[in-house]
Design a protein around this ligand. Structure first.
Ligand code: GLA
Length: 406
């Protein structure tokens, strides 16, 4: 079984076979041709899990997989959209946005449009065809990719690209997901989809939204293992973890009066005040506090080219997510074990919210296939599920461009 190799010519032009296919579909669907193309990529997080909503640090990369739109601006305020994956239309009026109970995907688009307009950006309607190759529901942020691809589709159509900073677009996308779609996510996914950079990870300070590009060394390749296991527990457990973290902050504030979030707590302070916390809350806090420290240590190790140390930190992150934060699953543990069993794997961990979805491994280039082979061999024996394995490289964030005249 082969790993799925990513093509290396995806960016910067967006003029590839996928866009050509979208143009063909647009012509079939609408009268005429599209004039613009936009894309929002998915992401994989190297380290810094469940830290974003604690005002902490994350270190994701954007993927060479995206949700892509070809479109044509309209002179009125109608959005006429056709989703290739769902093989259905989702039309709405920008002046009459309301939650669509039948076609949930339309809500990501409506929510993004509403969020941009609430920011004072007046948008035009569009005719658009779109499709994505970020696996859906797999923890690689297909939702953020759809939101960010949508933002650039409408901004480009309205001549408003450049009006907002990338960080602001990411915040508006997060707001769309929190308030319109109703998912209580943090800022990481939208931020990296917007601002990712080829061959770089992004260190994001989720409090200030300051970010730093961190080169991914050429001696490090990324392999993603998709457990293809159900993530049914993810959203309820996600909200519960958020509550536990808030409880931890409230209890610690009795003595650490200056703290606003777990971001402000050191490991020493946490240990000194452990007696203030119920055991479950202490464990959740210990994960977040130690994970923030691991993110910063990972950045230092990447800068020194110490990939063995990066791998060690990734393994420690997984153990902490499994044992203290309780967001791993037998499938994720089996995936991480299979990846880690191969020589040439520096380290591996679950990525994203957990409970299923994907794991990411940092590997020596040339060992990708050996890792995939180990996963295809070992993982189904434990889980009875056939996995998918992708190799990837850090890619650019959101893009849009005018299409050449046919
Ligand atoms: C999901 C959320 C992110 C982040 C991760 C966990 O992907 O959308 O904001 O909280 O889980 O790190």
């Amino acid at each position: 079984m082969q790993t799925t190799m990513e093509s290396s010519n995806y960016m910067p032009t967006l003029l590839d076979e996928r866009t050509e296919e979208l143009i063909r579909q647009f012509r079939q669907h609408f009268d005429g041709v599209p004039t613009l193309v936009s894309a929002g990529p998915g992401r994989v997080n190297l380290i810094g899990e469940h830290t974003d909503y604690n005002d902490g640090f994350v270190l994701p990369v954007a993927l060479k997989r995206d949700v892509r739109f070809v479109l044509r601006p309209r002179t009125d305020r109608l959005a006429q959209l056709y989703s290739i994956e769902f093989d259905e239309e989702g039309n709405f009026d920008l002046d009459a946005i309301s939650f669509n109970r039948d076609k949930l995907w339309v809500n990501y688009i409506q929510g993004m449009v509403q969020s941009l307009e609430q920011e004072g950006i007046r948008l035009v309607g569009i005719d658009a065809v779109f499709s994505g190759n970020v696996p859906r529901g797999s923890g690689l942020s297909s939702s953020a990719a759809l939101e960010i691809g949508t933002a650039h589709a409408f901004l480009a159509a309205s001549g408003q690209e450049g009006t907002l900073s990338g960080a602001r677009i990411a915040q508006l996308a997060q707001r769309a997901e929190n308030r319109f779609v109703g998912v209580n996510c943090g800022i990481m996914d939208q931020f990296i989809s917007e601002l990712g950079r080829e061959d770089h990870a992004l260190l994001i300070d989720c409090r200030s939204l300051a970010y730093t590009l961190v080169p991914v060394p050429a001696e490090a390749a990324l392999v993603i293992g998709n457990t293809r296991a159900s993530r049914s527990l993810a959203s309820s457990a996600y909200n519960e973890r958020r509550r536990e973290c808030e409880e931890g902050v409230a209890l610690l504030q009795q003595v650490l009066t200056d703290i606003r979030a777990l971001r402000d707590v050191t490991s020493d302070q946490l240990e000194t005040n452990r007696h203030l916390l119920p055991e479950n809350v202490y464990r959740r806090c210990r994960h977040v506090v130690s994970e923030n420290e691991r993110v910063l240590a990972t950045v230092e190790a990447l800068r020194r080219g110490d990939l063995a140390e990066v791998g060690r930190l990734m393994n420690a992150s997984h153990a902490s997510l499994r044992d203290d934060y309780l967001v791993s699953s037998p499938a994720l543990d089996a995936m991480v074990d299979a990846m880690g069993s191969v020589e040439g794997c520096y380290g591996a961990r679950l990525t994203g919210a957990g409970f299923g979805g994907c794991a990411v491994a940092l590997v020596k280039p040339g060992h990708e296939q050996a890792i995939a082979d180990a996963v295809y061999e070992q993982y189904p024996k434990v889980t009875n599920i056939w996995p998918e394995v992708y190799t990837t490289k850090a890619a650019d964030g959101a893009q849009s461009m005018a299409l050449p005249n046919p």
